[in-house]
Ligand binder design. Structure first.
Ligand code: FNR
Length: 384
């Protein structure tokens, strides 16, 4: 925070906007239409995406004064989540196909998160192989889109475990793709898929399913994409399937995309150590509840049996504080850093994350909160 302020005081005008909203606006102006639509788009009428950010308006912080927290020394934002120590309660949300925004996107995010001491959740739909990202990353978790082939799922999970992931985050809300008009209208799904399967192309179980190596011809590549499409998603999964996952890895398992408290309970009963309350940024079921509105009930349902994380709509430092005060242990930060990546590569990701962290640090200090653990219902006034 100090560094950012001092730069401003010496007259340096930053290259990029200093807020998530500003980054979104700049991305709309400057990114190519396909890349922007990919990140910005949500399901159907995009009402849930709008509800996600609006939900934060129903909670207000009540700052406390003169508690010795306003100097930088007075604070420690670090947390331990699912056994992973982080310098702040923030991880980058899994976002697939980063090559659409920048060459080697996943690696850049890995390097920046390692530098800043925050966590990274690597998407299954990454355009960089797991091992390359793992080698560049600090504390990272692997997000699993469970395909309809258990051997392939197993291979992905075993590769991630061997590459140094510290937790597996299974996304439960995507047994199939949401209805996303912007993606469909741009007709770029084939392109998106071709960029999103690099991770699979590097997988021995996946490759064994291909008649011809995809490198040989355009037609072979097309067939590989179609094979991937056929394997994507799994409508047969049940909470008990977490038991299979348990056989493939000893890492802690979190389930992402939970909104109903009964689902949270079932996943925890089935072995989940973490629940990520999320509606996928409104990209799956439009008209579904704002993720923040689901958080308190899920927290109450799992009690101290599991750790709860949150995403969908986090844009500012006080959003992080509100989510933590409602019971989240940490948040996953999504679209804003993806815009940063598209706008300025590594520097853009670093910028987006530093803006969030500086805002969080300043807002914590000014509210009399020294540590994430200080954030509980007592700091909030909420309305319906
Ligand atoms: C996502 N999200 C996502 N989730 C996941 O589990 N695996 C994935 O590959 C992706 N890919 C993805 C791409 C893009 C472009 C977006 C915007 C989102 C969902 C993501 O992890 C997170 O839940 C949302 O981004 C949270 O919403 P906000 O806060 O970014 O609006």
């Amino acid at each position: 925070q100090n560094e950012i302020y001092l730069a401003g005081l010496s007259g340096v005008v930053p290259d990029l906007p200093m807020s998530a909203e500003g980054l979104e606006r700049r991305a709309r102006e400057q990114l190519d239409a396909v890349a922007y639509a990919y990140v910005a788009g949500s399901a159907s009428a995009e009402r849930t995406a709008a509800a996600n950010t609006a939900a934060f308006d129903r909670h207000r912080l009540v700052p406390r004064m003169w508690r010795g927290t306003s100097g930088a020394d007075g604070r420690d934002l670090s947390v331990e989540v699912l056994g992973t120590k982080l310098a702040a309660p923030v991880l980058t949300a899994p976002i697939g196909v980063l090559e659409l925004l920048r060459e080697q996107g996943e690696k850049l995010v890995a390097e920046v998160t390692a530098e800043l001491g925050v966590g990274m959740v690597l998407s299954t739909a990454a355009s960089t192989p797991i091992e390359e990202v793992g080698a560049a990353a600090g504390a990272w978790w692997y997000q699993l889109y469970w395909p309809n082939d258990h051997e392939l799922a197993r291979s992905l999970v075993e590769r991630a475990t061997a590459a140094g992931a510290r937790a597996i985050v299974v996304t439960a809300d995507t047994p199939g793709m949401g209805w996303r008009p912007r993606d469909l209208e741009l007709g770029h799904l084939p392109f998106l898929q071709a960029k999103g399967i690099a991770n699979y192309l590097s997988d021995p179980v996946f490759r064994a399913k291909l008649a011809t190596p995809p490198e040989e011809s355009e037609e072979a590549m097309r067939m590989a994409v179609l094979t991937w499409v056929g394997l994507f998603g799994n409508h047969t999964l049940r909470p008990a399937d977490l038991g299979r996952l348990r056989e493939w890895t000893e890492l802690p398992i979190a389930v992402k995309g939970v909104l109903h408290p009964d689902d949270a309970r079932e996943f925890v009963d089935a072995g989940a150590a973490g629940i990520v309350v999320s509606n996928h940024g409104g990209r799956q079921v439009d008209g579904s509840i704002a993720a923040l509105d689901a958080l308190p009930e899920v927290v109450a349902a799992v009690g101290d049996r599991a750790e709860v994380l949150f995403d969908s709509g986090v844009r500012t430092g006080s959003d992080v504080m509100i989510a933590l005060a409602l019971g989240a242990k940490a948040v996953l930060y999504g679209r804003p850093w993806a815009y940063g990546l598209g706008l300025a590569g590594r520097d853009g990701v670093r910028h987006a994350l530093r803006v969030l962290l500086a805002d969080l640090d300043a807002s914590m200090g000014l509210s009399g909160c020294a540590r994430p653990a200080d954030l509980d219902g007592g700091v909030l006034r909420s309305t319906r």
